[in-house]
Write a protein that binds this ligand. Structure first.
Ligand code: OAD
Length: 249
């Protein structure tokens, strides 16, 4: 069903806790290509062919080169009005968390205070062998080696077949299980376990609203879907929510 903003705004007015799950679609307007949309392929590789431990073991140079390209792209982009609307939302409700599958740091850059990174962060690195963390970007064209154990350095992102950071998934489940409103923004809803988080909110009787260009497997459990670009729809609805709150105070 196409969304009815007055119903969502009423729900937000009464909400104590609001949770937002975001995917690549929220960063599209910043110029970061989505994974499964146009521009999602790099040198004709799908993300599932590169973002895996076995791809790194097979051809670490190729995977490192892909991440250098993505890091370079991401380091040049800025948050868009969709990210900024979520910062506004955080200021308008008692409790708000953004659970993101994105690794681009744009929620943090825009000023969101509570961000749960399910898939890590592309600007951090760690050792493939011993797991030691390395803060800050490593720009080297050749893959660096860990000074501790000599292993190869890799980005601190979750690859297909790897578990999500335990603390992140635990916190995401806790937030989803106690929220009143759950927004799903710009995700295809097909990569697990992130895709199951809205189902936890559904079981906890939260109001679910999705923002996407098209329907997804999550749409059928949502109360409404707002079709359109997140960088336009979110500011519109959160702006109206802000006005309604102001009129009441
Ligand atoms: P996808 O590329 O799978 O999906 C992006 C979604 O955003 C699609 O449903 C689009 O319709 C929607 N979309 C595109 N532009 C939009 C816009 N301007 N406004 C609103 N929606 C828009 O990206 P994710 O769902 O984030 O994981 O992908 C999930 C995970 O798969 C990623 O975190 C990554 C990837 O492989 C790993 O790398 C582990």
């Amino acid at each position: 069903m196409n969304g009815n903003s007055s119903e969502l705004i009423s729900r937000l007015m009464n909400a104590r806790s609001v949770v937002v799950l975001t995917g690549a679609g929220i960063s599209a307007a910043s110029g970061v290509p989505t994974f499964r949309g146009e521009g999602g392929l790099w040198k004709n590789y799908r993300p599932e062919e590169l973002a895996t431990p076995s791809a790194f073991l097979r051809d670490a140079g190729l995977v490192w080169e892909w991440y250098l390209w993505r890091r370079d792209l991401i380091s040049q982009v800025k948050p868009n009005p969709g990210h900024q609307a979520l910062v506004e939302l955080e200021n308008l409700v008692p409790d708000c968390a953004v659970i993101t599958q994105n690794v681009d740091n744009l929620h943090q850059d825009s000023g969101s205070r509570k961000v749960i990174e399910l898939h890590g962060n592309i600007m951090r690195n760690k050792c493939f062998e011993c797991g030691k963390m390395y803060q800050g970007e490593v720009k080297s064209d050749a893959i660096p080696h860990c000074p501790e154990c000599g292993g190869l350095i890799r980005p601190d992102v979750v690859w297909f077949g790897e578990p999500l950071p335990e603390h992140a998934i635990r916190e995401a489940h806790q937030y989803a299980g106690k929220c009143d409103v759950f927004l799903i923004v710009g995700t295809s809803g097909i990569v697990e376990p992130a895709a199951s988080i809205p189902f936890i909110a559904r079981s906890a009787n939260a109001y679910l609203a999705e923002f996407n260009l098209n329907s997804t497997p999550i749409s059928e459990i949502c109360d409404e879907t707002f079709f359109g670009e997140a960088d336009k729809k979110l500011p519109e609805i959160i702006g109206d929510f802000k006005k309604r709150k102001r009129n009441l105070s």
